[in-house]
Design a protein around this ligand. Structure first.
Ligand code: GLV
Ligand code: MN
Ligand code: MN
Length: 411
């Protein structure tokens, strides 16, 4: 028999209250916002907080083979209705991208419990590890490893900015990297996945609506351009004698903007550039530039990157440098389950349906299980920055609607 939510004695905490509980964790004084990277002390603190909040609600908490955290109402089982998101952030990110889906899930469970809801399907919250790729470069590591869409051999050797491997960081965080990889048992338990997320654009501002249902995520990926030249002295090397990789890197950044601007709906960004060795009076020997590119079909994001890479090669040659281009991650179009999308839209009184250019673990899960997303209005339209926001009233509304969705799917 299914356990009942009211069996776990717990006061009602709103999603806003829960957000306030973690407001100081991982606050980045230097950059502003939050830097909550996987397997750091902030991540450990957030995991501990989540486990505590879940246990206080009578949920059964465990960590799966790929460092994703789970909180089950009653015994884990198959055909489960799963909701949740992630707690890690980009460097200097906002308070809502990820955590909103986690706190809303906990608060929605509280609402269901308070009304004495008895789920007929197992219900769980999942917190995916390293959704942003903020530390190891490749996003959605937890969900990709779980689904087997990323080989553990590749994940384990990814390095952070300090050279620490994902394997070593995981070990330091108390996880056994030998267990990482496709987890058919856990994946087989997910019957439906619904992720609530702050909207990361202006769609709901324009529609003047508090909540939307997701339709699809456009193809996107990350590429690393490594420009190599000759490191040298800034004061003694005449301009004609230089092979400075910063020059083709600068050309490439301009090419990114120009090439993407010429393709309707394309988005391409250079948000990270690392010169080696990185001294004011040193001509760099190497410059690594990361490109994030996204483009809806029928456009081809890979063709756009090929065009940028050709321009980068020409610029490198002109300076006597070389460039190596590597695709670090790619995610094709994710289409959320149309029947589930329509069911949620109807359930939410004809909520608008929005596509997005933002990536999510839900996109990784979508080819495997019926998956849906809910977006909560963001009045600034800004995300991946401290100005990301959601009104408390919209958060409460999103929580109530998430509870409605879970009630319907699991009831
Ligand atoms: C994650 O939010 C991404 O879209 O990169
Ligand atoms: Mn994000
Ligand atoms: Mn997110």
């Amino acid at each position: 028999m299914s356990p009942r939510f009211e069996d776990a004695a717990q006061k009602l905490a709103s999603a806003n209250d829960l957000l306030a509980e973690i407001a100081r964790v991982g606050a980045d004084r230097a950059r502003g916002g939050y830097s909550r990277h996987v397997f750091t002390s902030a991540d450990a603190e957030l995991r501990e907080w989540f486990a505590g909040a879940a246990r206080a609600r009578g949920l059964q908490v465990h960590t799966d083979r790929n460092a994703n955290l789970w909180a089950w109402f009653g015994a884990p089982g198959v055909d489960a209705v799963v909701t949740g998101s992630h707690l890690d952030s980009v460097p200097g990110g906002g308070a809502y991208d990820g955590p909103l889906g986690v706190v809303s899930a906990l608060a929605a469970f509280d609402l269901l419990r308070a009304e004495g809801f008895a789920p007929r399907r197992p219900l769980a919250i999942v917190v995916f590890a390293e959704e942003e790729g903020g530390r190891f470069g490749v996003p959605c590591l937890g969900s990709r490893l779980l689904t087997g869409t990323l080989e553990p051999e590749r994940a384990l050797t990814l390095r952070d900015g300090d050279g620490t491997t994902f394997a070593d960081a995981a070990r330091a965080g108390g996880h056994d990297p030998g267990h990482f990889g496709r987890d058919t048992e856990t994946l087989g338990q997910i019957g439906t996945f619904v992720e609530l997320h702050v909207e990361q654009g202006r769609g709901l501002i324009h529609l003047d609506a508090p909540l939307a249902v997701g339709s699809n995520i456009i193809p996107h990926g990350r590429w690393r351009f490594t420009f190599t030249g000759q490191g040298n002295h800034a004061g003694t090397t005449l301009m004609d004698d230089r092979r400075d990789p910063m020059m083709p890197a600068a050309e490439m950044i301009g090419a990114v903007r120009r090439s993407a601007a010429a393709v309707p709906e394309a988005r391409a960004t250079v948000g990270r550039l690392v010169p080696t060795p990185g001294g004011t009076n040193v001509i760099a020997s190497q410059v690594d530039v990361w490109l994030d590119a996204r483009l809806p079909e029928p456009g081809s994001v890979r063709d756009l990157v090929t065009e940028i890479a050709e321009k980068a090669r020409a610029a490198a040659e002109l300076e006597g440098c070389t460039v190596d281009v590597r695709e670090e991650s790619y995610e094709g179009t994710a289409v959320f389950d149309p029947a589930l999308r329509d069911r949620l839209t109807a359930m939410l009184g004809g909520a608008p349906v929005l596509p997005t250019g933002a990536g999510h673990d839900a996109a990784v899960l979508a080819p495997f299980v019926p998956t849906a997303m809910l977006y909560v209005r963001n009045p600034t339209g800004i995300s991946h920055a401290p100005q990301e926001f959601a009104e408390p009233g919209d958060i409460d509304h999103g929580t109530v609607e998430l509870a409605r969705v879970l009630r319907s799917l699991a009831g």
